[in-house]
Design a protein around this ligand. Structure first.
Ligand code: GLU
Length: 428
């Protein structure tokens, strides 16, 4: 490997909403600060493998539909690749590539011995029956079967996939390989190799981040107000955990819009309403607002838990909060980073903030290998410790190098992966 240093980060001119470019922009910045070896720079910015599969299935009405699916493995220096699978009508290879790389840095930041990967199928689950989703899942799994496995690449849930989808992947893989291989995916139902606490893990990790960030910023959580964008598994969990400890959730949203109540929303009733009606529309405990208005609402802590590219160079200057804890992957574009810095907003970046999911995925994978399952309390205690340690390590780097939390997290992740990559050397 060459030992020369990059002179300066290459200038990137790509659309702001391209997530892979957003990842590379942050990667370049962190790599330059680390004075990363040029050879390692080239290796770490390039995905190891990208597989595209066609998924033909017969729909309930007898017609045939062909869906596009991908699995991208970004880097496996630290261990088997790891990362979720999303079912979304907007998913494309650039998004999957970015998400795969984010998984590499995320696993490294929280020191779980995995590399990074991601998968996606371009479909709208709202238009599909359970049977159709099962067929898509099984066919997609058989399409990527040669590159996944407990020691190769371990998928997990992501947007619009869940425990049931993981159970189908596990079953399809096991049928093909003539054995029971629960460790091929994580986020499975409990009893089928799943772990206690996995479903709430991302939200629970965010709670540790909210506490740590408030401590650093000397913010009294008892007096703070929080706005949560998104009310799915991640948004819903962090909202209920904060509500449980008495923090005022002022606004929350779903895909169609948000709801606000200055004196605090009744989160358990709101989540029960969403569970029953599949939307927060019709919930009477607050006023309706648009998703855009929700982002600009004055609050102490903003927790974006919906999609990518929500906070951009166009709207960042209208934010009105002190702390952002990124529950989603890539909610902030690279173009917004400097604006948030100038506004002195303390941003806990996605690759650190939402890593609780993959931490408990790692615990699940360990439990599957042991065949011994832990109590929820043990899972949650270990999760909290991992998240707290990661936060403090990243925070120390911000102090040492005078960089923001995002650059510090990338530096932490890249430094670790680079170290293992170098130890392993180049094959052949
Ligand atoms: N999809 C989750 C994420 O983006 C979890 C990944 C995993 O557990 O492998 O972090």
């Amino acid at each position: 490997m060459s030992v020369s240093q990059p002179s300066s980060p290459p200038v990137r001119e790509a659309p702001e909403n391209n997530p892979f470019e957003a990842m590379l922009a942050r990667f370049d910045l962190a790599a330059a600060k680390l004075e990363l070896d040029e050879g390692l720079y080239k290796i770490l910015q390039t995905p190891e493998r990208e597989l595209k599969v066609a998924i033909p299935i017969q729909l309930e009405d007898g017609s045939i539909q062909v869906y596009d699916g991908w699995r991208v493995q970004h880097n496996s220096a630290m261990g088997p690749c790891k990362g979720g699978i999303r079912y979304s009508p907007y998913v494309n290879v650039d998004e999957v590539r970015a998400l795969a790389a984010w998984m590499t840095w995320k696993c490294a930041v929280v020191a779980v011995p995995f590399g990074g990967a991601k998968g996606g199928v371009c479909c709208n689950v709202r238009d599909l029956s359970q049977r159709e989703i099962e067929r898509i899942t099984r066919r997609y799994t058989s399409g990527i079967i040669d590159i996944i496995g407990p020691d190769r690449d371990v998928p997990a849930p992501d947007m619009y996939t869940n425990e049931q989808v993981m159970a189908w992947i596990m079953d399809t893989y096991s049928m093909h390989t003539r054995g029971i291989h629960t460790g091929v995916v994580t986020g499975k139902p409990w009893g089928l190799g799943g772990s206690m606490g996995r479903r709430e893990a991302t939200g629970r990790g965010l709670l540790t981040m909210v506490r740590e960030a408030s401590r650093v910023k000397k913010l009294d959580l008892a007096k703070a107000t929080v706005v949560v964008q998104g009310s799915g598994n991640v948004g819903g969990t962090i909202a209920s955990l904060l509500h449980e400890i008495g923090v005022r959730i002022k606004a929350i949203s779903d895909i169609d819009g948000g709801i606000v109540n200055e004196s605090g929303l009744d989160i358990p009733s709101l989540l029960a309403h969403i569970e029953k009606h599949r939307t927060l529309d019709g919930f009477e405990g607050g006023e309706l607002v648009s998703n855009e208005e929700l982002l600009h609402m004055p609050c102490e802590i903003l927790v974006p838990c919906a999609a990518e590219n929500q906070i951009t160079s166009e709207n960042a200057d209208r934010l009105n909060c002190q702390i952002i804890v990124e529950g989603a992957n890539g909610p902030t574009t690279a173009g917004a980073d400097a604006i948030l810095d100038a506004m002195d907003i303390f941003v806990i970046p996605d690759i650190l903030a939402n890593a609780g999911g993959v931490v408990v995925s790692y615990f699940e994978w360990c439990q599957d290998r042991m065949g011994y399952f832990w109590e929820e309390r043990d899972v949650n205690t270990r999760l909290h410790k991992s998240m707290q340690k990661a936060f403090r390590q990243v925070y120390r780097r911000t102090r040492k190098h005078s960089v923001n939390m995002r650059t510090a997290a990338y530096m932490e992740g890249i430094d670790r992966v680079a170290y293992y990559q170098k130890l392993r050397g180049l094959y052949p």
